[in-house]
Design a protein around this ligand. Structure first.
Ligand code: SF4
Length: 376
């Protein structure tokens, strides 16, 4: 397939949908030899099944493995590390990956347990897990979904699962967008299969899945992220790291020159349209659909995604339960930028010098929900 193409397949069978896309794309011809060690990188950010809208459907990874094995490739690994605060080993079981990996005799590499090395990533030195160095070809399998800090997450940000937890924390202290963009200079993703089945357009942790029943494939992570922005009612300018990655030469965000090809079950082109044109099969979300308004002033400074997500989810559920309006708290601090500082109300161990703080690194959403009511 061409760099400026995005393939889509709608349906109800993710294994078949994925295999149809890979056949059309001619993936086998793109892999450098039958002996190549191929890494498949899903999103197992937390321990929730894919139906919640946060993690990659295991059926998509199964479709990739079946395609590769049927084309004679045997050196395949699934490689991933959950976010800070969740265990990859538990997500591996709960999200259905143990079943798939055992069925096809494919090893799973937990990057939370891997060693790491420093690597130049387009002029920024970052820590990358050692397992990445052993790969000849990387297939990225992100979920297209919203993100409480960066607004959108898809191909570029999914590479964060290939760095150690200490580096994930550090990303949040150095601006998040810059290191995400640079990471894709240091780790080349050769092919991308996007889970667009029911990603949550509001939060990376899921809970509000939006059914679209689609799997996509692309070669350019910047292009597919720009297209993901469009599907979420954003533009590439709304998500800083997309433009930064483009400037670093990772790919092109130019949707005007990109084509979307929708395939049928036989792998024939059903419809073709410009990537910046009207979407014939799904509704573009607006920012109003994605975001919820809260009256609480959050003093966020370099918070980890898991921590910030726990807070926003707790606030969301307080709002749903009609309790947010009653909150009398005017300001809540969160993030590594508050370490060693004092204040009144704070979330997480970083705010342990505050008069009131909720311990945990990150604290659980249920605990925040409970304590915010006590603080009220
Ligand atoms: S407490 Fe601090 S270090 Fe821990 S998850 Fe929250 S922001 Fe990150």
């Amino acid at each position: 397939m061409k760099e400026n193409e995005i393939l889509k397949r709608y349906g109800a069978d993710p294994v078949e949908m994925t295999m149809t896309l890979l056949e059309y794309a001619g993936l086998a011809d793109d892999i450098p030899g039958a002996d190549a060690h191929i890494g498949i990188k899903p999103n197992l950010v937390c321990q929730t099944p894919a139906e919640y809208g946060a993690t990659t459907h295991p059926e998509i990874v199964e479709g990739i493995i079946r395609y590769l094995q049927e084309h004679g490739f045997s050196k395949i690994s699934v490689i991933e590390g959950s976010w800070v605060g969740d265990s990859t080993a538990e997500a591996y079981v709960l999200c259905g990956y143990q079943t798939v990996c055992e069925k096809y005799q494919v090893p799973f590499i937990d990057t939370q347990k891997d060693s790491s090395h420093r690597r130049d990533c387009g002029g920024m030195e970052l820590s990358v897990c050692d397992a990445v160095s052993g790969l000849d070809y990387l297939i990225n399998v992100p979920v297209l979904k919203g993100h409480c800090q960066t607004k959108m997450t898809c191909a570029l940000k999914n590479m964060k699962g290939l760095i150690p937890n200490s580096e994930k924390r550090r990303f949040h202290t150095i601006g998040l967008h810059q290191p995400i963009a640079h990471l894709s200079c240091g780790i080349h993703q050769d092919f991308i299969v996007i889970d667009h089945i029911c990603g949550d357009p509001t939060f990376e942790e899921g809970g509000n899945p939006l059914k679209t029943d689609c799997v996509m494939a692309a070669k350019d992570p910047v292009l597919v992220d720009a297209y993901a922005c469009k599907l979420l009612g954003l533009t590439a300018d709304d998500v800083q790291y997309v433009r930064l990655a483009e400037k670093l030469g990772v790919g092109s965000a130019g949707l005007a020159k990109a084509r979307v090809l929708v395939l049928n079950e036989k792998g024939e082109i059903l419809k073709e349209f410009a990537a910046d044109g009207k979407e014939p099969y799904e509704k573009n979300l607006t920012s109003k659909d994605r975001m919820f308004e809260v009256s609480v002033d959050i003093d966020e400074c370099d918070s980890c995604s898991a921590c910030f997500s726990s807070l926003t989810e707790a606030l969301y559920h307080l709002k749903e339960d009609g309790l947010l309006e009653e909150q009398k708290l005017s300001k809540i601090a969160i993030g590594q930028g508050h370490r060693g500082k004092t204040g009144e109300y704070g979330i997480g161990n970083c705010c342990q010098k505050f008069t009131h703080y909720i311990p945990g690194c990150p604290p659980k959403e249920e605990e925040i929900y409970k304590v915010l009511q006590e603080w009220n």
